[in-house]
Design a protein around this ligand. Sequence first.
Ligand code: HSE
Length: 316
Amino acid sequence: MVPDKAVRVKASCSTANLGAGFDVFGLALSKYADRVQVRTTNTRTVRIIALGPYGRELPRAPKKNSAGPPARALLDRSGLNTGVEIIIEKNIPPGLGLGSSGATAAACTEAMNHLLRLDLSNDELVRTASLGEAAASGSAHIDNVGASLLGGFVIAYGNPLRAVSVKPPGKLSIVVVSPKTRLAKNKTSLARRLIPQKIGVKEAVLNIGRASAIALGFAKGDLDLIGSGMEDAIAEPHRERLVPGYKMVRKAALASHASGVAISGAGPSVVAFVDKTKRDPKKIGRVMVKEFSKSNVESTFFVARPAGGAHIIRSN
Ligand code: HSE
């Protein structure tokens, strides 16, 4: 028998890529978090209920909701003769590039792991949660789920998958600016299709160097080094047209001494990393909003800090 009947987990939103780390780097962010409660049932099915401010925007069909495939996979793995009911409190706005579907998948995976006593490794948790991304966006990318599960700055890579996380520097503030653009329903899959399947050696070398600078910058707590790597030669050049005004906004934020700027995941939000001991993140947020308005794009911003990983908030 399963000792816990219900487990509730909270998982934060995240920004992925950080410029040069396309599909590899993620950073968990404060501000929004999903809460997912999973309880065992005797039906052998996966049932999804979505509540909260954005609950109505989620598909309920278990194959289409990012909580469904991880739940199914872990039920099958457990070999237990049980089903689950998943209640999602959807607090992370979908479609902004803040890892909304990934956070739900991460929270559900963590809850199932505890509920069914599976004792999965971090690598297995991330791999399982990525099944949810495949359902939500057509690709099992691991950067957002890695960040939401493990917290902090995450490098998720390789085959077999590995995921490692490091605590970001305390002086890091993240300005998140979200343009109010019309969003296609399958935004992430469209944005992924814009990226060519083949890249040149020049682009690969540029990205390896910059991604290395970001990783080392997090290891050393050096925000300038992190910022110096936040430029991408693989995805952003092909995606920036999805974020009208991005180039100018990026330039303005850097001129205002942001350490680095990138499109957040598949966009349309833009993140600026700021050393809050030296610069006022809100001031940089206002500069970015003003710059977007010059391209006739309305936008809003908030300031976030790095967040921790998915964790249990109730279990009984
Ligand atoms: N790395 C993914 C992408 C994140 O950029 O497509 C999507 O949220």
